[in-house]
Design a protein around this ligand. Structure first.
Ligand code: ADP
Length: 178
């Protein structure tokens, strides 16, 4: 059984997860928002390792160590920038969540913390992003029921947390009723 849960907090703090996900950009060389916070907390060695990765396409995911972070690993994924909805943004956002979990599975990482990918500087509409996030994670977990003990969404503000809670309720409630 995998627990899927949303909390309000800072993803760079200790939530007992083996890996945290970074909402990166395609250069993987750092940026603002959660990306900046993760690099600050991890220390300069994270950037040194990122420089060896030659970037990452939108929707794909790459693994590094966590350095000074409480989590052992960081999974970096560039989510899509919202451009009105006709540029495969929804598919690419689902790819980001799916591919992060695939990277985790490939490395025997059994607990992962996600931020709300693409809903900050990349302006993906929050309600839709939360439904894509939760339904993609649920689909992956249903395909791989023994892979993860916990998938945690660590959300920076109450509005975002509320939206993810609603999505969890909608997507996962059929299971909790039975
Ligand atoms: P993107 O470029 O993918 O939109 P952002 O970092 O701008 O990424 O925002 C993604 C989400 O991460 C936003 O909801 C933002 O408020 C949130 N965020 C920013 N810093 C942190 C942090 N330290 N921990 C968790 N979430 C954060």
């Amino acid at each position: 059984m995998t627990e899927i849960k949303a909390i309000c907090g800072d993803i760079t703090e200790d939530h007992g997860m083996m890996a945290i996900v970074n909402a990166a950009n395609t250069s993987l060389l750092g940026g603002g928002g959660v990306d900046g916070a993760i690099h600050r907390a991890a220390g300069p060695e994270l950037l040194e390792e990122c420089k060896t990765l030659n970037g990452c396409p939108t929707g794909q995911a790459k693994l590094t160590k966590g350095y000074n972070l409480p989590a052992a690993y960081v999974i970096h994924t560039p989510g899509p920038r919202w451009r009105g909805g006709n540029e495969k943004e929804r598919e690419l956002l689902a790819d980001s969540y799916w591919n992060c979990l695939q990277v985790a599975l490939d490395h025997q990482i059994s607990s992962v913390a996600f931020p709300s990918i693409s809903t900050g500087i990349y302006h993906f509409p929050l309600r839709e992003a939360s439904m894509i996030a939760i339904s993609t994670v649920k689909r992956f977990v249903d395909h791989n029921p023994d892979a993860f003990s916990q998938i945690l969404f660590v959300l920076f503000d109450d509005k975002t947390r509320h939206m993810y809670d609603k999505a969890i309720h909608q997507v996962c409630s059929a299971e909790s009723v039975s």
